[in-house]
Design a protein around this ligand. Structure first.
Ligand SMILES: [Zn+2]
Length: 66
């Protein structure tokens, strides 16, 4: 099935995803997925932004870039 092949391929791409954490305190800011970053907020809002992206840590106020 072609769909199975595509699914496996996209699964391995998800393996490239990595946590995007604050460089100062280590708080999780989002997740990197190749050229995009998925940002999640506590109330369930989610944003997908393309890199380069920057965010201010809500814990310590450090500006992080990815
Ligand atoms: Zn921080």
């Amino acid at each position: 099935m072609p769909n199975d092949t595509n699914f496996k391929r996209s699964s391995s791409e998800l393996g490239d995803s990595a946590d995007w954490r604050c460089t100062c305190c280590g708080k999780l800011l989002g997740r990197r997925h190749g050229a995009v970053v998925l940002v999640q907020f506590a109330r369930g809002h989610r944003y997908r932004v393309s890199r380069p992206a920057s965010a201010v840590c809500r814990g310590c106020g450090t500006l992080n870039e990815t």
